[in-house]
Design a protein around this ligand. Structure first.
Ligand code: URA
Length: 284
């Protein structure tokens, strides 16, 4: 532990002040009475990793234990979906839709989230990306794709010419399937997706992109309705239609950037997929 003579910690009985003082002093781990066998810990971690499925365990495609809903909960969710449909339909511009999402109280995640995270980028763009849900940093800032995985996506977009400046989303439009962060970044559950989806669909209609890119299995499943995993969906093209779109949008799926952070070996495939997406965009 760092010792500083100019310490500002004065109150030994205030736990919050004590904790703050520890952080300021650079304390980054606690030392307990018993020694920790780090070798045993890493062997345990390795065994856990080896037991894990060889399938890409993307946050987005992890099998989600869907909670059983009572009849009353099903009815309440249906009502919220209807409310979301009505609110989304009324919006004639992205700004009106943003206001509608901000005013919508039908997603329970709104109660635990710090901020509503709507969208970023250029709503006139020809290419739209849809991720899964805000992570911790997005929740803090109220802006999508600012976390480490968002920064990776931003670097990829810059490298393939889809942004002028690294860190800028000037040539693309981005949103998520959920507008509020699930606690602890757990995967979304169906009822949360169901109540947010009408706003996502309306966003697609208002942006009316030439190309739609779903980031990860959960986004692909929610928007395209395909139940195959992301490894099977990536690299393929689908037509996404909705009643208010002038013509179907060309849609594809890409590995989610947070999966790429965990599995850097897959970055080559994602990069090659992204270059094909840019090529496709140029032909449309
Ligand atoms: N940040 C987002 O806003 N969405 C994701 O899916 C991942 C990171």
């Amino acid at each position: 532990m760092n010792q500083h003579s100019d310490s500002t910690y004065h109150d030994p009985f205030d736990p919050a002040a004590l904790l703050k003082w520890y952080v300021e002093m650079g304390v980054d781990e606690t030392i307990v009475g018993e020694s920790i066998d780090r070798y045993a810990l890493s062997a345990e971690m390795l065994a856990k990793r080896q037991a894990a499925s060889p399938q890409p365990r993307v946050q987005t495609s992890a099998p989600v234990q869907q909670p059983q809903m009572s009849q009353a909960q099903v009815r309440a969710t249906d009502e919220m979906v209807q409310t979301a449909v009505a609110m989304a339909r009324k919006a004639e511009t992205i700004e009106q839709l943003r206001d509608a999402v901000n005013a919508f109280d039908g997603c329970p995640l709104k109660k635990t989230a710090m901020n509503t995270v709507f969208a970023a980028g250029n709503p006139k763009s020809d290419i739209m990306f849809i991720g899964e849900a805000p992570e911790a940093e997005e929740d803090r800032q109220g802006v999508p794709f600012v976390s480490p995985s968002g920064q990776l996506l931003s670097k990829m977009l810059h490298s393939c010419g889809l942004s002028e400046e690294a860190g800028d989303f000037d040539k693309v439009y981005l949103t998520n399937v959920l507008f509020w962060r699930p606690p602890g970044n757990r995967p979304p559950i169906q009822s949360e997706i169901a109540v947010c989806l009408p706003f996502v669909e309306r966003q697609i209609e208002l942006v009316d992109p030439k190309v739609l890119v779903l980031l990860g299995g959960a986004a692909a499943k929610a928007v395209l309705g395909h139940h195959e995993g992301i490894s099977r969906l990536r690299g393929r093209w689908f037509d996404h239609s909705s009643p208010n779109l002038s013509c179907p949008v060309k849609a594809t799926a890409l590995f989610h950037p947070s999966y790429l952070l965990r599995s850097p070996g897959q970055k080559r495939r994602a990069w090659s997929d992204l270059l094909k997406i840019v090529e496709k965009l140029e032909t449309l």
